[in-house]
Design a binder for this molecule. Structure first.
Ligand SMILES: Nc1nc2c(ncn2[C@@H]2O[C@H](COP(=O)(O)OP(=O)(O)OP(=O)(O)O)[C@@H](O)[C@H]2O)c(=O)[nH]1
Ligand SMILES: [Mg+2]
Length: 440
């Protein structure tokens, strides 16, 4: 059976190779995505909602100028999948003291390794972390933990006993009475049978009532992840997920099923066998990898810039006012918030401004920081009337701002240029700039 990632990629490459994008092609893409997600056991309701959102946005949203409908649809698909995983990077929150986290997962998924990684991570954040080894099945489980955490000043609790619930209880009691902030409980993955394992998890859940059950999913196990998540979730409601082995070639699509099955968020990913090989989960990176959209960041950036709407009103505001040197830099800052300066000016109905070369605009954008510093080292008098600047003043200002004299002169030149542009726009005959006069 092809993996979720393979199916999603196939759907997208079929879509991108279509000669044109019409309703039929988008519907086909949606159908392919649905099939992929349903095969991955993603909840039918979720798939329906995702399809509806994609359909609506693909047809109703206008692609920004310069962006093809195809790229726009890709972006919509990407964003809707990210939404499914919960927008921003998830964080671990230690909501009370002590905060008890129980790790569960099928054998070999990386529970013990992840516990050591997360314990170390939380320790670095300044928490007092204790680990309880409540795995009575895996030979050497305790030694494994101790070895992983060797020299990290993190206590590992263990009892020679066959009763996992008893060990967990005693461990929690021990750390609690010693004022620890976080308690992580390692549990068994191998057992007599799957039923016996689930029964033990149920007893642990009831016996210790952890504040958070963290499910460990192995990226290499594919779609089994959904079934595993479901089984654990029934006995110990899963609150968060760790996706391990993301350093392998596996895309970890199974995690999407686990998320859909439990409603829990992925909080960490494991990227290797060592203690520091752990990262906070980032939904955007994950979906990008899942879809194989190598340059998704590049595409999104292009779209972001294209989407910046510069209203005529804003552009006109820019041209109003007294426009001192200080205003100049202030306005440039404003403009930068709105988007590229050249884009703003292109909104203005000015057919040709030979005095203002386009690279001057780019230069202006790049130099805002420098120019602010220059203005800071000017006197009030100089700011309001730059024409008084002589060579010695320029030298003093340059030294004060830590820039070259040329930089100071450049600023003045740019300012004069801009002022000229504004005068031209203000004086322009109505016939030439009808839009400017229409409402103002
Ligand atoms: N490459 C890679 N290997 C990992 C990662 N996490 C764990 N492993 C390896 O996977 C194997 C199993 O990890 P464990 O932490 O022992 O798994 P477990 O879930 O505790 O296993 P049981 O206790 O037997 O249920 C070990 O060889 C780990 O080094 C990871 O993120 N990347
Ligand atoms: Mg283990």
């Amino acid at each position: 059976m092809p993996s979720l990632s393979e199916m999603l990629r196939k759907a997208l490459s079929k879509f991108t190779s279509a000669s044109s994008v019409d309703k039929r092609v988008v519907e086909e893409l949606i159908r392919d995505l649905q099939r992929a997600l349903l095969m991955a056991d993603v909840n039918v309701e979720l798939v329906k909602k995702l399809s509806d959102n994609i359909r609506e946005r693909a047809f109703l949203e206008r692609a920004p100028p310069g962006i093809s409908r195809k790229d726009h649809v890709l972006k919509v698909v990407y964003e809707e999948l990210v939404k499914l995983l919960g927008e921003g990077p998830a964080r671990i929150e230690i909501k009370k003291k002590p905060y008890v986290i129980m790790m569960v997962g099928i054998q070999g998924t990386g529970k013990t390794t992840s516990i050591a990684k997360i314990a170390n991570y939380l320790k670095k954040m300044g928490y007092r972390v204790g680990v309880v080894c409540a795995d009575t099945y895996r030979p050497g489980a305790y030694e494994q933990l101790k070895q992983l955490l060797n020299g990290r000043d993190i206590t590992v609790f263990y009892l020679e006993d066959v009763d996992a619930v008893k060990i967990a209880r005693e461990g929690v009691k021990y750390f609690e009475s010693n004022g620890f902030d976080v308690i992580l409980i390692d549990t068994a993955g191998r057992h007599k049978s799957q039923e016996a394992l689930m029964e033990e998890m149920r007893m642990l859940q009831e016996g210790i009532r952890p504040d958070e059950v963290m499910l460990i999913i192995d990226a290499t196990i594919g779609q089994m992840a959904g079934a595993h998540a479901k089984a654990f979730h029934q006995v110990a409601p899963v609150g968060s997920i760790v996706l391990t082995k993301m350093d392998t070639s596996a895309r970890g699509g199974g995690a999407l099923s686990a998320v859909a099955e439990t409603g829990a968020k992925i909080k960490f990913i494991g990227t290797g066998e060592k203690l520091d090989d752990v990262e906070l989960f980032n939904p955007k990176g994950y979906v990008g990898r899942l879809l194989g959209l190598g340059d998704i960041e590049g595409l999104l950036e292009r779209i972001r810039i294209a989407e910046i709407e510069v209203s005529e009103e804003k552009a006109r505001e820019f041209l109003r006012g007294e426009f001192t040197l200080e205003d100049f830099v202030k306005q440039l800052r404003e403009v930068r918030k709105m988007g590229p300066l050249s884009k703003l000016l292109s909104k203005l109905p000015i057919p040709s401004m030979p005095e203002l070369p386009s690279d001057a605009l780019r230069e202006a954008e790049e130099k805002i920081e420098k120019w602010s510093a220059i203005i800071q080292s000017m006197t009030v008098e100089e700011r309001s009337d730059p024409s008084i600047l002589n060579a010695s003043r320029v030298r003093r200002i340059a030294r004060g701002a830590g820039v070259s004299e040329k930089d100071v002169k450049d600023l003045i030149r740019q300012y004069k240029l801009m002022k000229k542009l504004m005068k031209a726009a203000k004086r322009a005959p109505q016939r030439l700039f009808p839009k400017l006069y229409k409402s103002g």
